[in-house]
Ligand binder design. Structure first.
Ligand SMILES: [Zn+2]
Length: 424
């Protein structure tokens, strides 16, 4: 995934203390543990750029029926979450992410019902071994004219060294922006409220993520952010589904990035993400899971295939986006869009060792010539034989090394039974 470089053959990758220290032929590192990569492809771990991790505990529960759509269901059941449910959801999400070759997630956390809820979610992320951005957001029921809990956020940030897991976890703000949806209609968020929430991030040099131009009622949000001079390189726009050309140009000028989740955007009825227009404007794009309540398994390669399909369909051109370009969105560009471009997203000496190994011998991967095409089209979790984050192996030979699958399944079943009791 290093730009302008071809895929390399017959190379060794030397990892030391969580860092990629060398890539080359016949590296001599006699004290190292050898991992055999013959008949395999090694690539950077996949990077998710927006995922409401807590909704993983509500996987498959939005059934697109009246009264049980995504917003209604998650709004109703989210109220029942105790802190341990937040931890459990993070662990369930992490287990599936690791299985699918995802090494970085962006937890857009909007169910922080108490300080303990945030810390429990972080405890789950920390234990999972994943690299993660934790974006601290308001709950769904927080009134649009009520600011975030400044004291709790400040306390969390001031004590961040206790949560950062040596830099593996980073903190940001899940911002609500300047236009809210109230009773199905757009409403201007009071200046004092959005300024206070935004200042929590920008006064501290932390990144900002905001949902904008997702639903019909949120049209023009990006334009308003641009008019107010609020876009910037520290800002990620989530969805941007109905962004118009002037809004896409404003994103591009500002250096803000965009996170796309085509499966959830289609299923929930937001619309069709303007992949081709964003690429023509050279906007940096990342791919995202968004919510397993709508999309099921955390299959980021599926999102990348859909993004490629949209780009080619919108351009009317089969070669508008190559498989390699699509994989870059899921690795290098995704990492850069989170401000982690120096940390992960490519296999390069000096970056952290976030990588996956794909074994090539499954019949469903045959025949194969171009590795990028094969990976984008055909790889399943069972082909991903090793997942490493920060130099730590999280999956090996179909086993999760840090997560007890049976114990997690038992805990999830108990939590689900409690959450669903008299819930409809
Ligand atoms: Zn979202």
């Amino acid at each position: 995934m290093v730009p302008e470089s071809a895929a390399l053959n017959g190379q060794d990758i030397h990892v030391r203390n969580g860092l990629i220290v060398a890539i080359g032929e016949n590296i001599s590192a006699p004290a190292s543990t050898l991992i055999d990569g013959h008949r395999s492809v090694v690539l950077p771990g996949l990077v998710d750029t927006h995922w409401h991790l807590w909704t993983t505990l509500l996987r498959n529960l939005a059934d697109n029926s009246a009264g049980n759509g995504y917003f209604e269901m998650t709004g109703r059941l989210g109220k029942r979450f105790d802190p341990n449910d937040m931890r459990l959801a993070a662990m369930l999400a992490a287990a599936d992410a690791i299985d699918h070759g995802i090494t970085t997630v962006h937890d857009w956390c909007h169910n922080i019902r108490s300080p303990a809820h945030a810390r429990a979610a972080l405890a789950g992320l920390s234990a999972s071994g994943l690299r993660a951005r934790f974006s601290y957001g308001a709950t769904r029921e927080t009134a649009f004219d009520q600011p975030l809990d400044v004291g709790d956020f400040a306390g969390l940030h001031d004590g961040w060294s206790a949560w950062s897991a040596g830099g593996r976890l980073t903190l940001g703000i899940g911002w609500r922006g300047v236009i809210a949806t109230v009773d199905g209609r757009p409403a201007a968020v009071p200046d004092s409220v959005w300024r206070a929430d935004l200042a929590l991030a920008r006064d501290r040099g932390l990144p900002v993520s905001v949902h904008a131009n997702n639903s019909v009622t949120n049209r023009g949000h990006i334009r308003r952010l641009a008019e107010l001079g609020l876009l910037g390189t520290d800002m990620q726009i989530v969805h941007a589904v109905n962004a118009e050309s002037d809004e896409i140009a404003a994103i591009a000028r500002s250096g803000a990035t965009v996170s796309l989740a085509p499966s959830s955007e289609l299923t929930v009825g937001f619309g069709i993400p303007p992949v081709a227009a964003l690429r023509r404007a050279s906007v940096l794009i990342g791919a995202s899971i968004d919510t397993p309540a709508l999309v099921g398994a955390s299959d980021l390669l599926h999102e990348l295939r859909t993004i490629q399909g949209l780009a080619n369909a919108q351009e009317g051109d089969e070669i508008a986006m190559t498989p390699l370009d699509a994989l870059a969105i899921g690795t290098r560009d995704g990492a850069a869009s989170l401000g982690l471009g120096n940390v992960s997203g490519t296999l390069s000496p000096g970056k952290r060792a976030d990588l996956i190994i794909v074994r090539l011998d499954a019949l469903s991967l045959q025949p194969q010539v171009d590795p990028a095409t094969m990976i984008l089209r055909s790889v399943r979790p069972s082909d991903i034989t090793l997942v490493m984050v920060d130099g730590i192996i999280l999956k090996k030979d179909d086993q999760l090394t840090q997560i007890d699958r049976a114990a997690l399944l038992h805990e999830v079943e108990e939590a689900t039974a409690r959450l669903m009791r008299n819930a409809r």
